[in-house]
Design a protein around this ligand. Sequence first.
Ligand code: GDD
Ligand code: MG
Length: 343
Amino acid sequence: MKAVILAGGQGTRLRPLTLKVPKPVVPIVNVPFLCYQLELLKKYNVDETILSVGYQPEKIESVLGQSNKLHYIVENVPLGTAGAYKNSESFLDGTTLVFNGDILCNFDLNKIIRFHQANSAIATIVLTQVGNPSSYGLVETTEDGRVTRFLEKPGLEDITCNTINAGCYVLEPEVLEMIPLGKNYSFEKSVFPDLLASGRAVYGYVAPGYWIDIGTPEKYLNAHLDILQRRFVPSVILPWEDSMPKLKPGANFLNSFISSSCAIGEKSQIFSSSINEGCRIGKRVIIDRSVIWSGVEIGDDTKIEGCVVGNSCQIGKNAVLSKTILGDNTVVLDNSQLEMSSK
Ligand code: GDD
Ligand code: MG
């Protein structure tokens, strides 16, 4: 079976991080995001993957590289989720797996495909359960899993269940016939509601296991904490034993993944954080529940908590940063205090 990954969105909710690094390759515990999805597809012997990209495609290609099992399709204008799938038609040859390019999960793809086949479905939407469905696609089903309603980003008054579209589908080629070529077209707003209106067999499979959409700063950080605190073990094998930075006396770290090319100053403490290549951390620094990208310098006595710090930032001495997102190359002066205000 082949897979299509929809990875052409601009990642606006992750700005400023995605101004220079497109969402499909933002690092998750120092590994580019799509590597997690590609590894999951490899585990289930998916033969070929089509990556539908549009925003900064050359950066995605330079990170993930070329192979005869990975095809890139570049959109000049965004075609929407269904339009992107239609655009990959020439590569497809039957039942296809489609993934949003920003979901991290450990779904059993074999079980999902077997469920799809057992129901002779034209489309199977993988579902997951969340506390608040309002920022997702709400999916109602009958007891045997037949989808009765699909409502994208429901208002609070429309929330009738806790099952949402996990951004993973199994689709029969007939779905392609409903999508106009070269036009912006949405699975969520057009294809799924139209399939339901025409009475076609659309099923929802509630997949057990881990799932998160990494597309907002909060979820991006949460995905890290879930991996670092071992609540989620991804299919990508992380070389924990190689993550041994140069530690000065009294410095230590817990539940953290730190590139071996980093230097950590005396008495600095790092908890539940990931620190990417070539960072230089001063003395008595505290880094807690944070994600630090590459080439970052942090001065003595600074405290960073609940932050994401982009590539090559320079943070001065004795600063306090809390729940803050810094884009690449940001300079923070000594003694600064930065805290994201709650909206
Ligand atoms: N190629 C291409 N072209 N990809 C696109 C386009 C496009 O025009 N627009 C969006 N995508 C990709 C994004 O890159 C992302 O990987 C995926 O499609 C979904 O887009 P998001 O912008 O992240 O959507 P969302 O998170 O608000 O909602 C979607 O995901 C939820 C689960 O995380 C919907 O599918 C919801 O129904 C679903 O619950
Ligand atoms: Mg998303």
